[in-house]
Design a protein around this ligand. Structure first.
Ligand code: MGD
Ligand code: MGD
Ligand code: SF4
Ligand code: MO
Length: 727
C-alpha cells in the first residue's frame, strides 16, 4: 500500500496564475451561489471560487460551480449561425443578418399563411432576467403568438399553480435563513444534498447549532433520506394522500391554529369535511406509510413552534403536482407557518433563473406577474410598451406540453426553441422525434450546437453562455443576483438579448417599442414596471451595482427601502382580493400508469450531483464526466437476483412507449418494485416515460410510469446504443 503510494505522483494543484477576479452568480442551479471567476493575465477565465461574504453560499460551491470556468471553451459551443432550407440539407454558415432575415421571414410567412398562433416559442429557465423580459416584449408585443411557454412547465409549473391557488400569487414565501429558526423540516420529493448542495449545507449548518427533526418523503433512500431523522418511503404519486392524512391528524388532535385560520384564511369547513376521509388507517394502504408514522410526523410538525415544508420534483412532476403543492400550503396555513422565521412553505426551484422567467418572461402572462386575463394589466403593459392593448390575447395560450401535440395535429407549423433541449428532456422521446420532424420551421437558439434538438432545425442561432454576458438571475429565496461579463462571447455567438433585439427589427413597427442596448438599461425599464401599490415583485430599489455590493437582494425591495425582504406574507395578508389565503379541499384521484402484468416495475427518474440536465455543459467538463460517465439504472438487488441480473450487467427496459438499454447498479436504494434512472443521458429514460399531465399545471408526471426489465447480451447492448445514439 505504502509502496504504491510512494510510486504515485503527488497531487499537485497547479498555480492558475489568476490576475483578476470578477463577480458572477452560478449559471447552473437555483441555489444562486455567488461565484468569482479568476482570469489569467491574458483575460481568459481559468478558475472559480465561492464568494466568502455572500449570504447564500458563504464561500462554498459544489462540483458544478467549482468547474464552471471550463464551460466557456467546452467542446460543442456554437460559434456561428447556421441555416439550411430543409432538415436533410448541409448546414450553411451564415452571417447574423442573413440568419435573422431567414428566421424573421419564415416566422412571418407561416403566420401570414396559418395565423399568428401557428408559430410557437419555447423558452427556458436559463437566460438572464433582462433577456426574458426582452423576449417577452418581442413575442407578446411584436410577433404576437399566444403559444409561448417554457421548460418551466417540465419543472416549476405545479409550484407556480399551487402558490397561485393557495396564496393568490406566485413567489416562494420563505428563505434559507428559515433553517436557523425552524423546529421541524418536512421535505418532499427533494434530494437536496445532490440537487441543491449548498442549500443542504445551510440546513446542515443550522442542525449543527441546534437539533430539530428532519423528515424526508421519497420512495428512494436518497442521500437526503439517509441523513434524515425519519424517512417515509412513499408509494409513488400518493403524496396528496399522505399530506391530507397529516392535516387530518393535525386537526383531529387540535394542533392547528384556529385564530390564524379565522383571521387569514377561507375554506376551512370544506377542507375539514374532506379530511374526515383521510384517517391514517385509510391513508396508510394507499400511500404506503404506516398509520403510527403518519401520526408521529403530524405531531412533530403540528407541535413545532415553527415548521417548514420544502419540496421539489417528487411533488411537482406528478399527476397531482399542483394539488400536492396546495396540500403542502394547507399544512402550513393550518399551523400558521407562513411568513414567520422558520415557518414556511418553500418550493425549492430548479434552474439558475427558473424564478426570473416566472417573474418577467411573459410566458404565461405579462411581465411582473401580470395576467393576460386581467384587462387593466393588459392596458398597463400595452401603454408602457407603446403597443395596442388589443394585440394581447385575453387568455394564456398553450403550455409547452400542449404545444407538441398541437404540432402533431398541424395547428402549429413553426417552433423557435430557446435554451432548452426537448429531444432529451421531454417525456416519450419517440413521439417528440416524430413531432419535431413535422415542423415547417424549427429554430434552435442554444449556446451549444451539438444539442440533440439541433438535428431537426432549419436555423441554429448561437447564444453566448453565462458570464459571456451580464444580467440577473433570481434564486429559490427570491434573491436577485448579478452575473458580470467576464469574457467576450465565443466566436461569433451573441448574447440572447442582442439576438432578440436584432430579430425584432425584422418586423415593421417594432421601433415603436424601446429596445435598450445594455442589460442595465433593460433592468431600469423593468424597475419602473415593477412598481405599484400592492406589488410584491417590486425591484425598484435595486440597481446592478447595489445587487453586486449586497451579493444579491431579495424582492420586494421598493424604491427608498434600505434592504430586501427575506419573507412574504409576514402580515398574514395574501394576494387574493379578500386578502385571505385559501384552504383547499383536494380529493385524491388514482390516475397514474401503475406497474402490473407485463410492466411490473415503477420507473422513477431524476438527477445526480455531477450532471446538469441534458449534459450540454457538464458532459464536457472533465471532473463532472469522470465521476458520472455512463447512463445507469438503480435496481433493487433482490429483484435483480430473481431476473438473474448481475452488477454492471446491461439490461433492456421496455415501456408502452419504447425501449432503452442501461447498465445496472444493484442497490437497496430503490424498493423491490422500482427502478431509477438519472435523466441526463440522451436516448435513455425519456424513451420510456409517459408523462401524464397535471390538470392544473400541465406538468408531466416524469417520475411515474411502468416498465419491464429484460437481460440482454453485452453485444446486443452495444449495438442498440450505437444505433440509438448515432444521428
Ligand atoms: N446536480 C444537479 N442539480 C440540479 C439539477 C441537475 O440537473 N443536476 N437540476 C436542477 C433542476 S432544474 C431541478 S428542477 C432540481 C430538481 O431537484 P430534485 O427534485 O431534488 O431532483 P430529482 O432527482 O429530479 O427528484 C427528487 C426526488 O423525487 C423523488 N420522487 C419520485 N417520485 C416521487 C413521489 O411520488 N413522491 C415523492 N415525495 N418523491 C418522489 C425521486 O426519487 C428523487 O429522489 O434540481 C436542480 N439542481
Ligand atoms: N425523465 C425526466 N425528464 C425530465 C426531468 C426529470 O426529472 N425526469 N426533469 C425536467 C426538468 S425539472 C427540467 S428543468 C428539464 C430540463 O430540460 P432542458 O431545458 O431541455 O435541459 P438543459 O440541458 O438544461 O437545456 C438547456 C439548454 O440551454 C442551453 N443554454 C444554457 N445557457 C444558455 C444561454 O445563456 N443561452 C442560450 N441560448 N442557451 C443556453 C444549454 O446548452 C442547453 O442545451 O428536464 C425535464 N425532463
Ligand atoms: S449549488 Fe447550484 S448554484 Fe451553487 S455552485 Fe452548485 S450548481 Fe452552482
Ligand atoms: Mo427543473
Amino acid at each position: 500500500m505504502l509502496f504504491g503510494r510512494r510510486k504515485k505522483n503527488p497531487i499537485r494543484i497547479n498555480n492558475k496564475d489568476v490576475a483578476e477576479w470578477r463577480y458572477t452568480t452560478c449559471g447552473y442551479c437555483s441555489v444562486g451561489c455567488s461565484i468569482e471567476v479568476g482570469l489569467d493575465r491574458s483575460g481568459e477565465p481559468v478558475t472559480t471560487r465561492g464568494v466568502a461574504d455572500a449570504d447564500v453560499n458563504r464561500g462554498k460551491l459544489c462540483i458544478k460551480g467549482l468547474t464552471e470556468a471550463e464551460i466557456f471553451k467546452a467542446v460543442g459551443r456554437g460559434t456561428e449561425p447556421l441555416v439550411r432550407r430543409d432538415r436533410f440539407a448541409v448546414w450553411q454558415p451564415s452571417p447574423w443578418d442573413e440568419a435573422l432575415d431567414f428566421v424573421g421571414n419564415e416566422i412571418q410567412r407561416i403566420q401570414a399563411e396559418h395565423g399568428r398562433d401557428s408559430v410557437a416559442v419555447i423558452s427556458t429557465g436559463q437566460l438572464m432576467t433582462e433577456e426574458f423580459y426582452t423576449l417577452g416584449k418581442l413575442v407578446r408585443g411584436v410577433i404576437g403568438t399566444n403559444n409561448y411557454d417554457g421548460n418551466t412547465t417540465l419543472c416549476m409549473a405545479s409550484a407556480v399553480s399551487g402558490y397561485k391557488r393557495s396564496f393568490g400569487s406566485d413567489g416562494p414565501p420563505g428563505c434559507y435563513d428559515d433553517f436557523e429558526h425552524t423546529d421541524c423540516v418536512l421535505a418532499l420529493g427533494s434530494n437536496l444534498p445532490e440537487q441543491h448542495p449548498i442549500i443542504y449545507w445551510r440546513l446542515k449548518e443550522a442542525l449543527e447549532k441546534r437539533r430539530f427533526p428532519v423528515v424526508v418523503v421519497d420512495p428512494r433512500v436518497t442521500m437526503f433520506a439517509q441523513f434524515a431523522d425519519i424517512h417515509l418511503p412513499i408509494t409513488p404519486g400518493t403524496d396528496l394522500v399522505l399530506l391530507n392524512s397529516l392535516a387530518h391528524v393535525i386537526i383531529d388532535e387540535g394542533l392547528h391554529d384556529r385564530a390564524y385560520i379565522d383571521a387569514h384564511t377561507e375554506g376551512f369547513d370544506a377542507l375539514e369535511t374532506l379530511l374526515a376521509e383521510y384517517e391514517p388507517t385509510r391513508a396508510a394502504p394507499i400511500c404506503g406509510i404506516d398509520e403510527d408514522t403518519i401520526r408521529t410526523v403530524a405531531r412533530l410538525y403540528g407541535g413545532a413552534d415553527a415548521a417548514m415544508s420544502l419540496w421539489t420534483m417528487g411533488i411537482n412532476q406528478s399527476t397531482h403536482g399542483s394539488d400536492g403543492v396546495c396540500a403542502i400550503n394547507n399544512l402550513n396555513l393550518l399551523t400558521a407557518n407562513i411568513g414567520k422565521p422558520g415557518g414556511t412553505s418553500l418550493s425549492i426551484t430548479g434552474q439558475c433563473n427558473a424564478m426570473g422567467t416566472r417573474e418577467w418572461s411573459s410566458c404565461s402572462g405579462l411581465p411582473g406577474y401580470r395576467q393576460l386575463e386581467n384587462e387593466s394589466h393588459r392596458r398597463e403593459v400595452a401603454d408602457f410598451w407603446n403597443v395596442d392593448a388589443d394585440f394581447f390575447p385575453a387568455k394564456r395560450g398553450l403550455f409547452q406540453t400542449d404545444i407538441f401535440p398541437a404540432i402533431e395535429t398541424g395547428q402549429i407549423k413553426g417552433l423557435w426553441i430557446i435554451a432548452t433541449n426537448p429531444m432529451t428532456s421531454m417525456p416519450n422521446s419517440p413521439r417528440i422525434r416524430k413531432t419535431l420532424e413535422k415542423l415547417e420551421l424549427c429554430v434552435v437558439q442554444d449556446s451549444f450546437v451539438d444539442v440533440e434538438t439541433t438535428q431537426f432545425a432549419h436555423a441554429y442561432l448561437p447564444g453566448a453562455v453565462w458570464a459571456e454576458k451580464e444580467g440577473c438571475f433570481t434564486n429559490t429565496e427570491r434573491r436577485v443576483n448579478l452575473t458580470r461579463q467576464v469574457r467576450e462571447p465565443i466566436g461569433d455567438s451573441k448574447p440572447d438579448h442582442w439576438i432578440f433585439t436584432e430579430l425584432a427589427k425584422r418586423w415593421p413597427g417594432a421601433e415603436r417599442l424601446d429596445w435598450p442596448k445594455t442589460t442595465a438599461g433593460i433592468f431600469d425599464e423593468m424597475k419602473v414596471l415593477s412598481k405599484g401599490p400592492g406589488r410584491n415583485l417590486d425591484i425598484s430599489g435595486m440597481t446592478h451595482d447595489s445587487i453586486e455590493q449586497n451579493r444579491g437582494i431579495q424582492w420586494p425591495m421598493r424604491e427608498g427601502d434600505t434592504s430586501g425582504s427575506p419573507r412574504l406574507y409576514a402580515d398574514g395578508h395574501f394576494a387574493f382580493p379578500s386578502g385571505r389565503a385559501k384552504l383547499l379541499a383536494l380529493p385524491y384521484v388514482e390516475n397514474n400508469e401503475r406497474p402490473s402484468g407485463e410492466f411490473p416495475f415503477w420507473l422513477n427518474s431524476g438527477r445526480v450531483v455531477e450532471h446538469f440536465h441534458t449534459r450540454t455543459k457538464t458532459g464536457k467538463v472533465g471532473n463532472c464526466n469522470k465521476f458520472s460517465p455512463t447512463p445507469y439504472m438503480e435496481m433493487n438487488a433482490d429483484a435483480a437476483d430473481e431476473l438473474g441480473i448481475g452488477q454492471m450487467d446491461y439490461v433492456r427496459l421496455v415501456s408502452r412507449r419504447g425501449d432503452a438499454v442501461v447498465l445496472v447498479q444493484r442497490t437497496q436504494r430503490v424498493p423491490y418494485d422500482m427502478v431509477f434512472i438519472p435523466f441526463h443521458f440522451h436516448e435513455c429514460v425519456n424513451r420510456l416515460t409517459l408523462g401524464l399531465l397535471d390538470p392544473h399545471s400541465r406538468q408531466p408526471a416524469f417520475k411515474q410510469c411502468a416498465v419491464r426489465v429484460e437481460p440482454v447480451s453485452q453485444d446486443d447492448a452495444a449495438r442498440f446504443n450505437h444505433e440509438r445514439r448515432a444521428f
